[in-house]
Design a protein around this ligand. Structure first.
Ligand code: UDP
Length: 203
């Protein structure tokens, strides 16, 4: 958040445009389905993931305040579960975890019952998957022998998440061009090459 204030101050001084890479986490545990920009969100302010969620919410507030008060040219993009080639293999996100587990034949770690949903964004996508469906969509094309292993659901893990992209489509003329199967297959190829290089390096 301090970083945001510093960057907003800099943008104001040099009269630059500034974009905040915000997150779908600002919506928390939504009571509505298909998340529109107008929805205010439902975030637990004192839970284990609150510092991230509230930090991003507070940064959004600052961005909008700087626009109101200093007429700064700001943009806020709420990014939903992005994935694709060049993501980190071990940062703990679900797509990279499942692909690396499937490629190496290790058990697929499903937190909770796997019925929670996310909409995975290869730079933007409203198609919603349960985590169980995601696991199946990754295991199948790889032909992996990985088993499925259920683990406890982390606290405050949102149950359902899908972006409403109507406004982006109407005002920016944007719609997703890469569908999940294609995006996942590119990501699988990326991780397959990465793991092979690591094996060659170790040999
Ligand atoms: N998840 C899972 N297994 C994993 C990593 C994540 O089942 O190895 C679940 C997690 O509980 C959540 C979803 O996948 O419901 C997306 O998790 P991620 O950390 O990638 O993103 P976020 O929770 O921030 O949407």
């Amino acid at each position: 958040m301090h970083g945001s204030i510093n960057m907003l101050g800099l943008a104001k001084r040099v009269k630059a445009k500034i974009l905040q890479a915000s997150t779908s986490e600002v919506y928390g545990h939504p009571e509505v389905h298909s998340l529109e920009e107008s929805y205010w969100g439902r975030v637990n302010p004192i839970g284990p993931r609150s510092c991230y969620d509230e930090g991003k919410r507070c940064a959004e507030t600052l961005f909008l305040d700087y626009r109101r008060q200093h007429n700064l040219s700001i943009k806020v993009a709420r990014i939903f579960n992005t994935y694709g080639p060049r993501m980190q293999a071990h940062d703990g996100r679900v797509v990279s975890n499942f692909i690396v587990q499937a490629l190496t034949g290790r058990p697929i770690s499903i937190f909770g019952d796997g019925k929670q949903t996310r909409s995975f964004c290869y730079v933007g996508n409203p198609v919603e998957f349960t985590i169980m469906e995601l696991a199946e969509t990754i295991i199948e094309p790889i032909g992996s022998k990985s088993s499925i292993e259920f683990k406890p659901l982390p606290m405050d893990d949102p149950r359902q998440r899908q972006p409403g992209i109507g406004r982006a489509r109407d005002t920016l003329g944007w719609s997703p061009s890469v569908q999940p199967r294609e995006g996942l297959s590119k990501t699988i190829v990326y991780f397959d090459n990465l793991l092979r290089k690591q094996c060659d390096g170790a040999a």
